[in-house]
Design a protein around this ligand. Structure first.
Ligand SMILES: Cc1cc2nc3c(=O)[nH]c(=O)nc-3n(C[C@H](O)[C@H](O)[C@H](O)COP(=O)(O)OP(=O)(O)OC[C@H]3O[C@@H](n4cnc5c(N)ncnc54)[C@H](O)[C@@H]3O)c2cc1C
Length: 455
């Protein structure tokens, strides 16, 4: 085996994008994946006329790199933008769904926030920027926007994106752009207005403006298209067990269909979760591996349910709803899957994808299927009104779902930079580095490949 060959560990969207870009630049690549399928968290199933995304349901078109990659893979005809109706998003307050205000008049009218909270926002541009290296998202929002905004806007938003808790997440690590706006312009509101002009110049799109998309046949189309270019260079059922640095390159041992094998490579890219990295790297980096083990990946259960439309009281004209923690419900939120994209349910049916657990209620995600089904049914019934039993249910538990960029996370991202310097030929690309979304993972792959090709 030529040591020039590059090993990529993990065939999630990050590993596959890394491998694809390297191969396109003329490198020889080999992807190792421990499971029997590609895509990592991206899994789509079709059954009984329903199309079920068990991981991400969509992503935001925030960068040119992502848009170009989708085009380059020939997925223009498969790509589908979210229905305009889904611009409307709901947040629960006092057991009722309130549309998130999208304009000033709507903001003035909404019952989602009290008058006191609305007036408090006016103070924000005059509050000095936060000080210090790190600040939790909750403290940041409390200080800049007030307690009520934290409870009814940020807490549910963070549950929807990270399945996380704003008291634990680090603002600079988890929301670097938001933090940078505040630090640069002294105010989040002033920064949003001025930052928009600068983003336009950089051809970047803010997450709140970016268009949401998926594919007609579900999110799995994306990793499948990447893998079709990599063909025999992906080894499934191949868990990498050890990594040993050699005078030139690295030796990897892995179990392939129950048999241990080894190969040498010139360079290795880690695109596996940090807890898997820590096992592989501990012999090399000793106690520093603890930092990687300590990253919290809380469990999340995805509960997909189909109902006859006539059995749902709500008109479902929206993206879905998020539940603030103070509302004391058992679910984090639910998306109206059949409203957002076509083909998610058979004629006459409505489909919901509900998220349970996360940092807020990890124990809920690990309940039995029947308990989960009941718990989701009860909350959906309270909030959108249901009649009769669901016509379809599919549950998927992610025991370790999404890495939480908690306070001090900078130490973790700094460790990746250090290891890339200390062990020439070792690289990291994944949702643990530059953001957790599918789009961020693609960008992480791009940046790592750029760095590799420059060396
Ligand atoms: C339930 C859920 C909902 C989400 N919703 C959204 C959403 O709506 N929009 C959005 O943009 N993002 C969403 N995300 C986040 C996004 O899907 C992920 O962050 C992204 O897909 C991660 O890709 P990745 O390649 O970095 O990691 P992963 O997908 O975790 O891939 C890592 C791969 O490495 C493999 N592996 C691990 N150890 C080894 C080893 N030793 N040897 C070989 N292989 C190994 C794993 O089997 C896995 O396939 C969601 C995530 C989850 C879990």
């Amino acid at each position: 085996m030529s040591p020039k060959k590059i090993a990529i560990i993990g065939a999630g969207i990050s590993g596959l994008t890394t491998a694809y870009l390297l191969q396109k630049s003329g490198c020889q690549v080999q992807v190792f994946e421990k499971n029997n399928h590609i895509g990592g968290s991206i899994i789509t199933e079709k059954k009984d006329g329903f199309l079920i995304d068990l991981g991400p349901n969509s992503t935001l078109e925030t960068s040119e790199e992502l848009r170009n990659l989708v085009d380059e893979l020939g997925l223009q005809k498969q790509k589908v933008y979210a229905n305009e109706l889904s611009n409307k998003r709901f947040v629960v307050r006092d057991g009722i769904l309130h549309a998130l205000p999208m304009s000033l008049p709507a903001f003035i009218k909404t019952k989602l926030f009290s008058w006191k909270a609305k007036l408090r926002l006016l103070k924000e541009p005059f509050i000095p920027p936060t000080q210090g290296e790190d600040i939790s998202l909750a403290d940041f929002v409390r200080y800049r926007l007030g307690e009520e905004f934290l409870h009814y806007a940020i807490n549910p938003f963070v549950a929807g994106v990270y399945a996380g808790d704003p008291e634990q997440l680090s603002t600079p690590a988890a929301f670097p752009k938001l933090y940078a706006l505040e630090q640069k312009y002294g105010s989040f509101i002033k920064g949003t207005i001025k930052g928009a002009r600068e983003r336009k110049k950089r051809k970047e799109v803010a997450k709140d403006r970016a268009k949401m998309f998926s594919f007609l046949d579900g999110m799995q189309v994306f990793p499948q298209a990447l893998s079709s270019h990599l063909r025999n260079n992906i080894q499934l059922n191949s868990e990498v067990l050890t990594l040993t640095p050699l005078a030139q390159g690295f030796k990897l041992t892995y179990v392939k269909d129950g048999k241990q094998e080894e190969q040498t490579f010139g360079q290795v890219v880690f695109s596996v979760p940090t807890y898997s990295q820590s096992e592989l790297l501990r012999p090399l980096i000793k106690d520093r591996a603890d930092l990687l083990t300590e990253v919290n990946y809380p469990p999340v259960a995805v509960v997909f349910m189909g109902f006859k439309k006539e059995n749902v009281a709500h008109n479902l004209a929206g993206f879905g709803f998020l539940v603030p923690e103070v509302e004391k419900k058992q679910i984090l939120g639910s998306i109206f899957s059949s409203t957002i994209f076509p083909g998610r349910s058979p004629e006459g049916a409505a489909a919901f994808t509900t998220f349970v657990g996360g940092t807020r209620q990890p124990q809920n995600a690990l309940k039995s299927d029947s308990e989960l089904e009941q718990l989701v049914f009860n909350d959906l019934n309270d909030l959108i009104g249901l009649k009769g039993d669901p016509m379809f249910v599919r549950i998927r538990r992610w025991e370790k779902a999404i890495p939480q960029y908690t306070m001090g996370y900078k130490k973790v991202t700094t460790l990746f930079d250090q290891l890339e310097r200390e062990f020439p030929g070792l690289f990291f690309a994944g949702n643990f580095r530059r953001g957790i979304s599918v789009g961020d993972s693609v960008l992480s792959a791009h940046e790592t490949v750029k760095e590799m090709l420059q060396k």
